[in-house]
Design a protein around this ligand. Structure first.
Ligand SMILES: [Zn+2]
Ligand SMILES: [Zn+2]
Ligand SMILES: [Zn+2]
Length: 389
């Protein structure tokens, strides 16, 4: 009865990677779910093999929950990040001016005059911190695979089938998305092709299996129009050979390629995913935070281990509480659906400078941010050099 308490069905698990779209508009209807004659059925019952109960044919195989994770002992307390590194760097006026000039020249129509002739009147730092948590996970799912049978040896049940989490996959590159498909040993068998019922051929769609159809020139009369002579196209037969099946009435089965039998086995898909979340401390600079997604900052702190612990002793408490929250969220979310292999947390200091300058008697502002000195100047005063002002 234990499984009932968890809310999981005994027959398998829903794969979270496959959701049913609800975007069916009015007047449209979802395709019927009935399975036609091509729906594969398998004559070997793997429902009794632990870990393979929910395996289905085709895409979207059963998601396999990982076994209970084993948590390591907590690590010794981390050293506090060195206080000396938190001081706030600033860019020079020259750097600010060059960045704006580069920005103006990158826009095809912008005039360089404001960048060249503008006079900087104020530079204000709004440097901020970005905390990033990455959780590198492995998830596993199974599905049936089939291909035309060419006499390969089959091994279903010749030995105990290893559990899906016992199969050894390649070593992934940490924090990089990838996947591997592995044939599950001792699950391959041969079966009659379900599409052609083991015949190797199926009735031709173009002639409904007849091998010929009504002559398109004489429409079946066998005569030329208004004339007693035989139709030149069908020689008076009234019918012509079907071209797609060469008059045979059947075509090779596309599922078994005419082999009559299929080799079927369970495939295990191992998927590695880097799940990343950012937290940026909000500053009242006027620069939208999403701009910062395009730049890097100065890395102040980096820590990678199996499960990270919330950063301690950091001077900005917003970062400390965001780290606590994200670590809790990641560990709850990802350990439920996958196996956490590694976590990494980083803190970057992203420089942001708000520059005020005067051009033609008016005040304007722009932002220079990131290690890349990226510029945001939404109200650049001369956005069209073609217009004579
Ligand atoms: Zn045909
Ligand atoms: Zn004819
Ligand atoms: Zn077939």
């Amino acid at each position: 009865m234990a499984y009932q308490a968890t809310g999981q069905t005994p027959s398998g698990y829903l794969n979270p990677g496959y959701s049913i779209s609800s975007e069916v508009g009015p007047g449209m209807s979802a395709p019927p779910l009935s399975e036609g004659p091509s729906a594969p059925t398998f004559n070997i019952d793997f429902d009794n093999v632990p870990g393979y109960e929910g395996t289905v044919a085709g895409g979207g195989g059963g998601f396999l929950p990982p076994p209970m994770p084993s948590f390591p002992n907590p690590p010794p307390p981390q050293p506090e990040p060195s206080q000396a590194q938190w001081n706030i760097p600033s860019i020079s006026e020259d750097t600010a001016r060059e960045a704006l000039a580069l920005y103006a020249s990158s826009k095809c129509c912008y005039s360089s005059a404001p960048a060249k002739d503008g006079v900087i009147t104020n530079m204000e730092a709004f440097n901020t911190y970005r905390y990033r948590l990455e959780t590198f996970t492995e998830s596993r799912s199974t599905e049936w695979s089939q291909k035309p049978y060419h006499g390969e040896p089959v091994d279903a049940f010749t030995q105990p089938i290893p559990g899906p989490w016992d199969i050894i996959a390649q070593a992934p590159t940490l924090f990089n998305d990838s996947k591997q498909v592995i044939k599950v040993p001792y699950t391959s068998s041969m079966k009659n092709c379900h599409y052609c019922m083991g015949m190797g051929r199926v009735a031709c769609k173009h002639c409904a299996g007849a091998g010929n159809k009504v002559c398109w020139v004489c429409h079946g009369s066998g005569n030329n129009h208004g004339d007693e002579r035989n139709c030149h196209h069908c020689n008076g037969r009234g019918r012509e050979n079907c071209t797609p099946c060469h008059g045979q009435g059947s075509t090779e089965c596309s599922t078994c390629h005419g082999r009559r039998q299929l080799l079927v086995n369970i495939n295990l898909t191992v998927k590695w995913t880097n799940n990343s979340s950012d937290y940026i401390v909000e500053q009242s600079s006027g620069l939208l935070l999403e701009n910062l997604n395009q730049v890097t900052g100065k890395e102040l702190f980096k820590d990678a281990q199996y499960l990270v612990y919330p950063v301690m002793g950091f001077p900005d408490l917003n970062v400390v509480s965001a780290a606590e929250r994200l670590i809790r969220e990641h560990q709850t979310t990802y350990s439920a659906t996958s196996r956490i292999l590694q976590q990494r947390q980083t803190i970057e200091l992203i420089p942001i400078t708000k520059v005020t300058y005067k051009w033609k008697g008016k005040s304007h502002i722009y932002f220079v941010y990131g290690n890349e000195f990226k510029v945001n100047a939404d109200n650049y005063p001369a956005t069209c050099c073609c217009t004579i002002m």
